[in-house]
Design a protein around this ligand. Sequence first.
Ligand code: GDP
Ligand code: MG
Length: 436
Amino acid sequence: NLSQKLDKALKMLKGQGSITEINVAATIKEIRRALLDADVNFKVAKEITDEIKEQAIGSKILIAVSPREMFIKIVYDKLTELMGGQKQDINIKGDPAVVMIAGLNGAGKTTFSGKLANFLKSQGRQVLLAACDVYRPAAMEQLKVLGGQIGVEVYTEMESKDAVQIAQNAIQYAKANNKKIVIVDTAGRLAIDEVLMKEIAALKKALNPTETLFVVDAMTGQDAVNTALAFNERIDYDGVVLTKLDGDARGGAALSIRKTVNKPIKFISTGEKMEAIDHFYPDRMAQRILGMGDVLSLVERAQRAFDEEEAKRIEAKIRKNQLDFNDFLSQIQQIKRMGNLKDLVSMIPGMGKALKEIDIDDDSFKPIEAMIFSMTKQERAKPEIINSSRKQRIAKGSGTTVQQVNNLLKQFEQMRQLMKKMNQINPAQLQKMKAK
Ligand code: GDP
Ligand code: MG
């Protein structure tokens, strides 16, 4: 698997103090082969490794981590970023919102329709399933059975062969019966068949869905990319659902589709049971693609080492009273990383709602970051040179006001003064204070 491949690839780097052009070249080749083994599309694998190479050469090796850890971290971060970074939600605003499900036969559309309905129902939403696979009577029956299992109503017209009409009637029915979301299960196609493609495009046009999801079997590897491209051309969907990830699909499809079609993956399906649905988390998929059990702990260790080195550096600067806006920015970025905590804590029952109010969103740092980014190198290092014309420029560049810039400068100065005072306490006094 990729783990062993990467291990082998990284052997060359082990024990060496820096990532240089020479050792990277051979390693990159191995990583590329490893990605191909994980079912990542050839072109995509090449693009990715080229990017990783550039980044690796540019990065300095921290004393606290081995080049191997460093490299894994670079690869892991890159994969996560390429798959969208954050999880992405579907749009279900509307009265009713219409979610259309499309894809090839056997991809898992009908199963996913049921799962999504169940998922949304458990959030307290009023959902209606619409059976619009008019080609297979069994498909309508299948959806009815699923609806029965999860307690969600299914709209059917067993005699009709007109998918557009059924869907439109279902939407009317939803309006009349206070259903807020209509999930439209459609007919599949065996392959990218022109007649059926025209039909699904017509259905999309007629319904103008709030959200269109393309469902694809992750086990189909390379074909998944071609199908994803073909469907995107015809129906310009909003998101992708990857199914059958409970099998030994290697996850490479997620990366290839994201990179080739440039549409977010929004859900994954991991089994036949109605509960086997989850949001798509790029970092978890990166772990899967890397396929190694210990990679996460390695990455975390590398990250901690990053943070520790950074903390040490800043501590030294505080001691010399040299703290500047560059340090401030790096501190903010560390706090932001802790944003991941939110996901973790929100799994504890009852915590989800409380967290919404605390709001440790990245957004609260945005204006501060924007202001610091608008400062020149010199200004960041020596904030005292920021006069009124510079303030105006910073405010303009960051979309803030001079007032906000003033506040930031004031807060920063106060922090500096505080640190100065702390530095004036001599070590002997400090010892005494500690002894008490
Ligand atoms: P459709 O033709 O696209 O509507 O596909 P179906 O929903 O009927 O699914 C086809 C087959 O795949 C069924 O036997 C499902 O039980 C199965 N299936 C769907 N999703 C998953 C999944 O995530 N994991 C596994 N193992 N099987 C799945
Ligand atoms: Mg079906």
